[in-house]
Design a protein. Structure first.
Length: 257
């Protein structure tokens, strides 16, 4: 792309979302640098908030070094979580709101105080109020999830929805304990992995706080941050139950309609 129009890219993404129509890469005619992609994402997040859909946190993606190498980046990516993305316990998951949804189990931290840029590990640990088990519903505008790093950042890190568990977990589940596996049931098959494989949660939170500050908003009291998943995303079923299990007997149970 010799000349990148941020407003034009915002319009293209919004059209695909509105029409629920998959499309090709935004980078088909040239590269989409990450700094420009984040401008697109932040612009759309501000406009969405101005229209009444408040920002309530963030989600991390590309946590693993393998995924980063695959996408040609050297750090994770971040997306915004909006109020309308939250599906609370007992609420159905409406499949017709998505384009090509996939899902994965994750832990999300909720902050009891702001986390500023350059926060030290002790400050970050003290800022965590509690932890939730969630199902992150990914949804991409790019056909077959074929995208570049710039594409996925511009499309809000494939943010679709967050199905929230009802059990509040202590912050300790991020750091220690024998029961640290996350599992997701699809049909009769369990998909799972250990939180340990995601690396140092304090380090990822620090990175997210710095990145959120660079996007102009920062991490605020009451914000949620999804920490990524230890297992690959799987397609959301056409209908039926969803079940995820996590530490200390926590679970997320919902139904796709």
């Amino acid at each position: 792309m010799s000349s990148i129009d941020v407003r034009e890219l915002c319009g293209q993404i919004a059209d695909s979302r509105r029409n629920r129509t998959p499309r090709g890469s935004l980078s088909e005619t040239g590269s989409l640098p990450l700094d420009v992609a984040y401008q697109v994402q932040a612009t759309m997040a501000r406009e969405r908030e101005a229209a009444g859909d408040s920002i309530i946190g963030y989600k991390l993606g590309l946590i693993s070094p393998d995924k980063q190498r695959q996408m040609g980046v050297s750090e994770p990516i971040i997306g915004h979580v909006h109020r309308s993305m939250i599906i609370n316990p007992g609420e159905p998951v409406r499949r017709d709101r998505f384009i090509q949804p996939r899902m994965e189990p994750e832990l999300a931290v909720v902050f009891g105080r702001p986390v500023g840029e350059g926060a030290r590990p002790g400050q970050i640990a003290a800022a965590i109020d509690f932890v939730l088990l969630v199902i992150d519903v990914l949804d991409s505008i790019y056909a077959g999830y074929r995208f570049t790093a710039g594409d996925v950042v511009a499309d809000n890190a494939s943010g679709g929805a967050v199905v929230v568990g009802s059990r509040v977990l202590p912050a300790d589940v991020l750091f220690d304990g024998d029961d640290r596996r996350l599992r997701l049931l699809t049909g009769r098959t369990w998909h799972g992995g250990s939180v340990d494989s995601l690396g140092d949660p304090i380090g990822w939170i620090a990175w997210a706080a710095d990145k959120a500050a660079s996007l102009g908003r920062g991490v605020r009291r009451g914000d949620m941050l999804l920490l990524g998943s230890p297992c690959p995303a799987v397609p959301l079923p056409e209908a039926g139950p969803l079940l995820a299990e996590g530490p200390l007997g926590s679970h997320v149970l919902a139904r796709v309609e």
